[in-house]
Structures are given as C-alpha cells and as structure tokens.
Write a new protein. Sequence first.
Length: 492
Amino acid sequence: MKTKYRLWGLLAMCMAAAFVTSGVAAGTAAAVPNSICMKVVAGEPSSWVKESVSTSACEGSEVSTGKWVLTVEGTGKTIEPGVLCIETKETKEAAYEDAECTKKSTTKAKYAKVADCGLGTAIKGQGSSLQKLAQEVWITNSKCLVTYESTGSGAGRKAWGIEEPANKPKTSGDAFIASDEPLNTKQISELDKATEAPNSGKEETIVIPVAQAAVAVIVNPPEKCEISEISNANLTKVWEAETVEWSNIATGTGCTGKIKRVVRKDVSGTTYVFKTYLNETSKEAKTCGGTGKTWKEYAKTENNLKWPECNGNGVTVAGNSGGAGEVEEVVNTTGAIGYANLADARKQYVAGKKYHWIKIRNESEAKSEEPGTSSTEPSEVTAEANCAGTHYTNLPVYGADDNWSEVNGAHPKGNKHYPICTLTYDIALSDYSHAGFEKAAEVGMSAMEYLEYVTSKNGGQLALAKHDYREVEEAVGSLAHEEAHLVNLKEL
C-alpha cells in the first residue's frame, strides 16, 4: 500500500509578510495552466519575487512595469522561465489570464506561484516512439526544461533496467521513461527493489497513463489494387499469414501480388498494442493450422520481434527503428501493409499516393471506422485519434498498485469506434535519491512538475487536441493526475 504524501510546502503559495508593492500585480495559486498572463499597471513598478529551490520560500524582490505579459517566455529582465511569486492585494481581486491571454480569472492572495516549471533542473526522458509527437507538444506548451529521445518502448524500459533488473535508472540518467506496454507486477517489484533505500520495502515506481493513441493500419497496395477498409477478422488472417494475396482483401481488375507484412525493427510498444488487438479477434495465431502461441504471447517482450510465418511467407523488417521507420518502409515498398501510430502515419501522407491508412469494420457494425477524426481521412490535416468511445476496464486502485498491464483499449467486438486504441504511459519514481541520480532532489522536482502538467486536464491533456492523439478518458485521467502527484514524493 502506498503511503506517500506531498510535502505541502511545495504546493502552498509563497508567503512573504514584509514586502509591500507599489503596483497592481496578478497571480494564481493554481498549478494549471502552466503559462499564465499577469497584469501590471503600465508605467508603475510591480513587485515580484523568485522562489528559492532550497527553501520553497519567496526570496529576492524585483520590480517590473508593463501590461499583459507571458510569464514563462523568458523575454525581458524580470520575466523568466520558472516559478515566480507575484504579490497581490489581500483585499482586492487581482486578474490573471491563460497562456493565450483570452480567459480572465481573478484571485485574492498574497504571494502566489504563477508558473509550474523551474523549481528543478533540466531533465530528459526516453522511450515510446508513439509518444514522440505528443512529447513535442507538451514540451513546447509547458516550457519545461525537458528533452525527449524517441528510442522505442523497449529501449526505454531497458535503459531503466526493467528488462535487466541488475541495472538501475542511473545507467541512463533519464528522469522518466515512456512505454506503450505498461509494467506488470513483477517488473514493478524489481524496479522498486532497484531504486529503493536498502531494506526499506518502499514502492518507488509510478506508472502514469498520459495519452490515448490510435494505431493505424497503413498500406501501399499494388498498382491495380484498391483498398479502403478491412474487417477485424480479415486483418487478423493477413497477420497470421493465412491470407497472402492482395486479391483476397482488395478490389480492382487485374489486382495481383503478395501481401508484404512490414514490422518494426525494434522492440516496440506499438507492436505490443497491435498484437494485443489481434488477440481480441483470434486468441491463437492460427497460421498454417496453429503455432501454439497466442497473440498475447507474441506481444511479450521476448517475442515482440517474432511473427507467425506460413509456407515461407515471412515478414519485411523496417530498415530504421521507431514508428517513423515503420511508416517509411511501407511508403517505399509496393504491396506492403503495416501499423503505426496515427501521428506517425500522417507525417508521410501525400494526397494521391498509394500509401494511406484504411478503415476497420467492427463486427456487427455496418459502419467502418477511421483511426482519425478528420472529415476527409486519410488526409494531411491533423485531427484527433478516433478513441472518444474507448472504455478502459480493470483500472488499478489508486494508492494500492500501479499495475496497468490488464488494461486494454482494443475492442473489435460490439464496438462503435475505432478498435485499435491504446493508452500510453510515462514511468517515474516517488524518490530519486536512492536510484543513483545526481542532483536527485532537483531531478525529482522537475519530473514532478512536468508530469503534473502532462496529466493536467487544462494543461497537457488539452494541448493534445488536434495533434492526432486524444486526452485520456475521465476515469483514467483522474487516476493519472493523482499518480503524477506521487512523483518525487518521499514516504514519511
């Protein structure tokens, strides 16, 4: 059972009783949104105070003049990235606005934090290529000092020693890793042991669902073959190597050619998601009469790169790693079929080319579904992942465990939305001090700030709109934001 509590000094408004302002300033005690516009009286100085990293107190007064300004842009002497403490009148309402300076709110307070990021230090994360474009959106919008390397879910887990328990996170220096395959109870337990204080028995691992994504089925059919949709059952037969001819799934006079299954070069969370979906349609991979393995077994890390083969009909391995490598291989291979996150799939789409993604027709439903919500899919216009109706069951109990491994968004039966939707996860620690990180306190603070922004409904989740992802559903989102509160939280 997790018994972790936030040190309230980090959340409370900064207070400084001995300071008096001569202008009108604005601030908010809320941590969200990350970027806030504050108002000062033009031509009159307004006091602001930097927050001390070491004491979480407001120290070092400065003054500025101006109108509405963005607090985290880093432009000008007094407006810097990080946490600023702005003094407001206790007896008067002070105005502040959102990042676009469009939605005005008011507050009555003393010193108030007006930006999230900046208490800690620059950090980096790595992992899921499915999250690559989402991470770019979050980093840009949050202005947090974060860099992200898209190495693939398997590489991210390996960097933290999850595949090799003898290693510790210090081997990579990553403050968080990202994976589309959630950790199972064994992996969580081993990571806990690798990062905890000796003999403490603490639960250190924090697994946080951060976005929904749709895995698109991408195709580059032969010249005389046309395909716009496929059923779950027929798609599964293709990947079981039972259906091997384009004429069996496409239309067109003279349509011929072998279907070339393109797969990821690296151990991939997207592969895990896709195979988990296939498992919902066909429990056993039935190629050539059966393999003895279920699709779920093929999804596991040790089998992630393996695929059913039938009568010598193997797979084509992408030349480059990551989702982009998978899409690139399909684009350049006539007769190819593959799978990729919608955001990666759209990057390569050009109208009029054979390469495109296809609809999937769910069982008992007359309507086929696109992976994206643009009115003209497939298109070059970014939209949202078509996952609005996806419902996730078997959610873990907050404070009890972080096991999301039984949570599944693939629903090909009785479904009225796109059937290959998934959650993707960021993994962090409740205490960085025993995991071998240099400047553990600062790293932990930065990880906490960033992941709280990512999971915030009005912050990182809102920022995903129109970027080919989707915010997590409400029940998942509530858990996710609570889990983010546990990052860098030392057990009392």
